[in-house]
Design a protein around this ligand. Structure first.
Ligand code: ZN
Length: 182
């Protein structure tokens, strides 16, 4: 079996069966939905939010996204860039607390199809926790390794970790943990 580490090829998969009414941009739609746990939106700041990947490469694989719709990273304004970056820091802290991974890969898909992305019109940063031996004991199939089991458990663990951070407001598991950076 060829083993290729290419987490950027694993995009958030549109769940057409569960979300038949998602028509335009799923990344704009999800933070507006009522049940954050069902929609995997685990934390949010003023201008960004954290979404668990529903086809995770590894446990804890998440994405940090600006709320603002747009595919051009260079077009984001300073306030959005800063808020997005701070939320990325918080996401790494939460993953440390919840999963104690050995390392991380984190990056943007830019440029659409050539970068491996399929949802290229809304900027998103993948954060993939890495565990020693993770490419060895888990199967890699057709460039993707999918760990779908345990998403609800991952959500709960990360929700708890975000809620324990400073300046966090926890309104229960069905609401993203609100983080205030000001
Ligand atoms: Zn969007």
């Amino acid at each position: 079996m060829e083993q290729v580490f290419a987490p950027w090829r694993i995009e958030w998969v549109k769940r057409e069966d569960k979300n038949p009414d998602v028509e335009e941009c799923v990344f704009c739609e999800l933070p507006e939905r009522e049940d954050a746990r069902e929609n995997l939106v685990v934390a949010a700041s003023e201008r960004a939010f954290v979404l668990l990947n529903n086809a995770p490469y590894n446990p804890g694989h998440l994405m940090v996204l600006p709320r603002e719709h747009g595919g051009d990273y260079a077009a984001l304004d300073d306030a959005t860039l800063l808020d997005h970056a701070r939320l990325k820091q918080r996401a790494l802290d939460a993953l440390d607390a919840a999963f104690e991974p050995h390392a991380y890969n984190a990056g943007l898909n830019l440029g659409g199809g050539a970068a491996g992305g399929s949802i290229d019109d809304h900027v998103h940063t993948h954060v993939v926790p890495r565990y020693e031996g993770d490419t060895n004991f888990m199967p890699v199939v057709a460039d993707t390794k999918v760990v779908v089991e345990g998403l609800a458990d991952s959500y709960d663990a990360l929700h708890e970790a975000f809620a324990a951070q400073s300046d966090a407001t926890d309104r229960g598991p069905k609401t993203p943990v609100a983080l205030d950076f000001d």
